[in-house]
Design a protein around this ligand. Structure first.
Ligand code: MG
Length: 245
């Protein structure tokens, strides 16, 4: 029997910002998580609102990672031998519709800049939340997105918007079917509003303790909710995996 068969979880899925990062950065505990999963031969698939170009960066710099789901589920970036490949989960027409809408958005809100990494985005666009401290402006933007039937969500760092049906769960579900795995053999870690689709539909989900700041806004909650400072972000992920893998 291989080591993988002895593990409770065959694949670990995790959000990135606020879940695998601590105080907006990578910390030694992130590498402890990577080392633990590598030693157990359990793949880690990061499921993030970060851009396609971020997915490329993660795969390039962390050889243990084989796949990264990016742009909130809009695309999957994978390593295939020496090559990094991209699978877009959004139709061409929705990618073009988003490009057209982005021009309209710039005309409507000339003083709002898209996040710098929007240059590396294909299936969504992002605005830095710290540029949206003005609550009235934030609501105007939300109303404009709603009026134009543009989907949107917030992560710890961004307001993301996109066209078409996209969610972290839909992308994970697609990934599992492709790899002939089932969600009961997997676990997902998250901490924010853009993880809700996973909390709603995925069998095993874990909220790290900093999720408490948005708990009142969550319609769907994780099946396990960690508590205490010792379970903030990646510390919670590591503690849970050490006790449950
Ligand atoms: Mg997050």
């Amino acid at each position: 029997m291989s080591l993988t068969q002895l593990n409770k979880f065959k694949i670990v899925f995790s959000d990135f910002d606020g879940t695998l990062t601590f105080k907006e950065g990578l910390s030694p505990v992130f590498f402890e998580i990577i080392n633990l999963l590598e030693s157990k031969k359990v793949p880690l698939v990061i499921v993030t609102g970060r851009s396609l170009s971020w997915g490329h960066f993660l795969l390039t710099h962390f050889p243990f990672l084989r796949d990264v789901i990016v742009e909130g589920g809009g695309a999957i970036v994978s390593r295939s031998g020496k090559f990094i490949t991209e699978e877009c989960l959004v139709s061409k027409s929705d990618v073009l519709k988003l490009a057209d809408f982005t021009k309209d958005f710039a005309e409507e809100f000339p003083n709002i800049k898209l996040s710098v990494d929007s240059f590396g985005r294909k299936t969504d666009r992002a605005i830095e939340l710290h540029d949206l401290q003005d609550g009235v402006l934030f609501h105007h933007i939300e109303d404009f997105l709603r009026d134009r039937s543009i989907n949107f969500s917030t992560s710890n760092v961004h307001l993301n918007f996109w066209c078409g049906e996209v969610s972290k769960f839909m992308a994970v579900d697609h990934f599992l079917k492709k790899h002939k795995s089932i969600d009961t053999d997997c676990v997902f870690f998250g901490d924010s509003l853009n993880d809700q689709a996973m909390f709603k539909s995925f069998k095993n989900s874990v909220g790290v303790s900093n999720i408490s700041t948005v708990m009142h806004l969550l319609e769907f909650k994780p099946t396990t909710i960690l508590k205490g400072d010792e379970n903030i972000g990646p510390f919670g992920v590591l503690n849970y995996l050490q006790n449950n893998l």
